[in-house]
Design a protein around this ligand. Structure first.
Ligand SMILES: [Mn+2]
Length: 330
């Protein structure tokens, strides 16, 4: 059964641009990790370096992970929260800034090696444009790929087993973020063609790009490049990061169905932003919905879903089977 991890950037006070103070209270990193540890059904955390883990608190984090039987599943170099990165990071036009971003990712890999972290995400948050013609995308791709190659070279030199994952998102914080769709990210991953470089599909990002996630997951799987997942839900307007299955439980089942079909054995990551609600409730609801969706998928397969899907000619029957299995699952 796929294990579930939680991004600890989500269980603290969260700010939005209309309320820069947030509606909650800041929670220290250690307490966030403890809260995840106290949540039944979650076995891992995801976090950023240096904002959430760094040399100063790594020993204490190690003790808490041990105490709560948690592991770090994903550790990402933070390359979008400092002034220097306002016009990009791994694709920045200034050599010094781009080199700082590369060093940041390398530092996350070094820290990750200490904790045997399997996944490190690259999210090109500020590499993009707001104004028309503001950004030379031809050069952006040149520089981004060069940065990725340098990071992978470092990874192999050090014999790290970490898998680096591109996480595409079409917009926010920029009006457009480079390679914002799943197919674009996969194109770059296939060009790099390194066993340690793949995709982290964030369901919410794919939804705001109005993608058909069944198709995207199947295409990534065709190349064996699905290394990680981020679960959340939204109504295709904004990446609001609600618990998976809360906007459309049927869609969550369809996603889990494909993951089961392609034998995805990685983690189900939670990328949640409870701006107004109790993060513990978000985590609990997420675990419930993911496990329920898995039960529904099991039921569907036991009732002939694979055979029904084969011809692509049984839409109404599949819909009925899905409905009835949701009713039957507990
Ligand atoms: Mn994500």
């Amino acid at each position: 059964m796929n294990k579930i991890s939680m991004g600890i950037w989500g269980n603290t006070n969260l700010r939005d641009r209309f309320n820069i103070n947030g509606f909650g209270e800041d929670v220290p990193v250690i307490d966030r990790i403890k809260q995840v540890g106290e949540t039944e059904g979650i076995d891992g955390i995801e976090l950023h370096l240096p904002t959430e883990i760094n040399d100063a608190n790594a020993d204490e984090i190690a003790r808490v992970l041990d105490e709560y039987n948690l592991q770090i599943v994903q550790l990402c170099g933070h390359t979008w929260t400092e002034k220097q990165y306002k016009f990009g990071a791994l694709a920045n036009s200034e050599d010094k800034i781009r080199s700082n971003a590369i060093d940041r990712v390398k530092a996350a890999l070094d820290m990750g090696a200490r904790f045997s972290v399997p996944i490190s995400v690259l999210w090109p948050a500020t590499d993009g444009n707001d104004f028309p013609m503001q950004t030379d995308y031809l050069s952006l791709y040149e520089r981004y790929l060069d940065s990725v190659r340098r990071i992978l070279e470092y990874l192999h030199q050090n014999d790290y087993s970490t898998k680096i994952c591109l996480e595409p998102k079409p917009f926010e914080p920029r009006s457009y973020i480079m390679m914002g769709t799943t197919g674009q990210a996969l194109c770059i991953v296939n060009e790099i063609d390194d066993p340690n470089f793949g995709i982290n599909l964030d369901i919410g990002h794919s939804l705001i790009a109005r993608e058909n996630i069944e198709d995207q997951l199947s295409l990534i799987a065709r190349y064996g490049k699905l290394y990680h997942t981020h679960f959340d839900d939204n109504d295709m307007q904004a990446d609001i990061d609600l618990p998976p299955g809360t906007i459309s439980f049927e869609r969550l089942v369809s996603i889990i169905y494909i993951l089961d079909e392609i034998a995805y054995d990685g983690w189900f990551g939670l990328d949640l932003f409870p701006y107004r609600d109790d993060p513990a409730e978000y985590m609990k609801l997420s675990v419930e919905n993911l496990r329920l969706a898995q039960q529904v998928v099991g039921l569907m397969n036991s009732k002939g879903a694979r055979q029904l899907r084969h011809s692509g000619a049984h839409g109404p029957e599949m819909s009925r089977l899905l409905r009835d299995c949701i009713r039957e699952a507990k």
